[in-house]
Write a protein that binds this ligand. Structure first.
Ligand code: NAP
Length: 285
């Protein structure tokens, strides 16, 4: 039986620490870390994510504001709002909820966000800082996975780490962070040949593909740590990850469930990044 890597409990503990640090920061500076979340249009999933982020901010004592813009907002209007938030000293983190409506250029908007307020860490400046290991914040999902591994006593240094998926928000930064933790890292993708033979070498296997039951038992080395980033729906419409949990759990040494694994850590790391940005702005980072 694998140890269940409990994202909910870890997330709760980290948020408690953030709340305490926020109160200390407020006592010292009189400033509340401020997160501005911009949402354009009415995508129902995005609306839920934004509400959850707002609630999480309130719970740890941040000042959070939501800028809900109509779907027909122009690029110029969105640019103008981001520029205004860049100049606002009460705003320490800016997050533009993706996806944006098709007529808007997400890449262009991300470039406009002040890198010091880019708490999603998607700006090329922050991507570059991550590459050279000199960063204040890094993308929330991979950062949350590193915290999960560390807080469950899982050693990364010297381990064979295999990441399936090479997206800019999960796979690539995950690989860089594991490398920085001295793992020996391989990144797989849709063109990888004989994927199972590569994944079977992993002491730590991270799957970020986005396909239900993609990782089967024959792809996992007995005793491996399995981290499931996927957020998919099964045939019954239930939330599930990439990993065939029932088949893989008996052979893994530790595994994240979906839901309740990686997911809860993502917003928690957004809070951590926002607090970090506020400290940096106050000159005490
Ligand atoms: P993405 O941009 O679609 O990337 C998927 C990656 O999987 C790509 O690199 C793709 O390879 C690779 N892939 C697809 N089919 C494959 C195959 N047959 N064999 C090997 N690799 C294959 O997705 P993403 O944004 O990284 O997200 C991945 C999953 O994580 C999704 O389910 C998403 O919902 C979830 N997610 C969860 C959280 C969270 O907080 N829990 C956060 C972000 C994302 P190519 O590059 O060759 O196409």
């Amino acid at each position: 039986m694998a140890i269940l890597i409990d994202g909910k409990a870890t997330s709760k503990a980290v948020r408690e620490e953030i709340k305490q640090n926020t109160e200390e920061f407020f006592a010292k500076t009189g400033v509340r870390p401020g997160l501005a979340v911009v949402i354009v249009g009415e995508d129902p999933a995005s609306q839920i994510y934004v509400r959850n982020k707002h609630k999480a901010c309130e719970e740890v004592g941040f000042a959070s504001s939501i800028y809900a813009l109509p779907a027909e907002t122009t690029q110029a209007e969105l640019d103008e709002l981001v520029e205004k938030l860049n100049r606002d000293p009460a705003v320490h983190g800016i997050l533009v909820q993706l996806p944006l409506p098709k007529h808007l250029d997400a890449g262009e908007i991300l470039l406009r966000i002040d890198p010091d307020k880019d708490v999603d860490a998607f700006h090329p400046v922050n991507v570059g800082k991550l590459m050279i290991g000199s960063y204040s914040f890094c993308p929330c999902t991979p950062a949350g996975i590193i915290v999960l591994l560390k807080r469950h006593g899982i050693e990364i240094a010297g381990k064979r780490c295999v990441v399936i998926g090479r997206s800019n928000i999960v796979g690539k930064p995950m690989a860089i962070l594991l490398l920085q933790e001295n793992g020996t890292v391989t990144v797989c993708h849709s063109r990888t040949q004989d994927l199972a033979s590569v994944t079977r070498e992993a002491d730590i296997l991270v799957s970020s593909v986005g396909k239900a039951k993609f990782v089967t038992a024959d792809m996992v080395k007995p005793g491996a740590v399995v981290i499931d980033v996927g957020m998919n729906r099964d045939e019954e419409g239930k939330l599930c990850g990439d990993v065939d949990f029932a088949a893989v759990e008996p052979i893994a040494s530790a595994i994240t469930p979906v839901p309740g694994g990686v997911g809860p850590m993502t917003i928690t790391m957004l809070l951590a990044n926002t607090l970090e940005a506020a400290k940096k702005a106050a000159g005490i980072a």
